[in-house]
Design a protein. Structure first.
Length: 97
């Protein structure tokens, strides 16, 4: 009889503890779920920002833009291959390897 009473008290005390643990885990899960959601939003923003930066790099490094800057701002012009003079110094290593 006494053993059954102890078991009953144990069960009666265990139930609120288990409910408390369940509530704590539930609130922790909800907080982690919110954090994951925010991280997903941040990830999308970073991806869009990277796409924008990559597009900017493509525009800024386009050959047409570089040629325009070279001509208009720096006063440079393309040189024709027949106007190139190559000088070779005997005894030195070639640039070709």
């Amino acid at each position: 009889m006494k053993g059954q009473l102890v078991l009953l008290y144990f069960i009666a005390l265990t139930i609120p503890v288990l409910l408390g643990i369940t509530a704590w885990q539930s609130s922790r899960y909800a907080a982690l779920e919110r954090q994951v959601g925010q991280l997903e939003v941040d990830q999308v923003e970073w991806i869009e920002n990277n796409k924008s930066l990559i597009a900017g790099i493509a525009v800024l490094s386009s050959p047409g833009r570089i040629e325009k800057i070279a001509k208009n701002e720096l006063g440079l012009s393309k040189i024709h291959p027949e106007n190139v003079l190559q000088i070779r110094i005997e005894g030195s290593k070639s640039l070709d390897g």
